[in-house]
Ligand binder design. Structure first.
Ligand SMILES: [Zn+2]
Length: 114
């Protein structure tokens, strides 16, 4: 499962950050996930609950910030942002000549440790 490997990776980074700085416990992990990243949030929360057992993050809160999909159209030269996961045409002029500039993010933005 894609989401499980993402979570293991995130926990790994969080644990390294935690021990490197002399902390023992991870209190919260804040992620920024783009809607076009293909990540299913329900599956991600589920994987997190299973993966955090017996780790310094066993009591941690997972906080996910969703980033809308945004792009820049080469036809009308405007930027746009949509609520859907996929963009097939510029919502402003209907052109297919655009680039996706936001929405594929998958970053850890904040870690709270103690
Ligand atoms: Zn356009």
């Amino acid at each position: 499962m894609h989401e499980a490997s993402i979570i293991l990776n995130v926990l790994d980074i969080a644990e390294q950050h935690c021990s490197k700085n002399g902390f023992e416990k991870i209190d919260s992990i804040k992620l920024r996930i783009g809607k076009a990243s293909g990540v299913m949030l329900d599956a991600l929360y589920f994987a997190f609950k299973a993966a955090r057992i017996d780790t310094p993050a066993s009591g941690a809160v997972l906080d996910i910030m969703e980033i809308p999909v945004g792009g820049h159209c080469n036809a009308c030269k405007k930027g746009f942002s949509v609520e859907e996961r996929y963009v097939f045409a510029c919502p402003l002029c209907g052109s297919g000549d655009f680039v996706v500039t936001n929405g594929r993010e998958l970053d850890i933005v904040e870690l709270e440790v103690s």
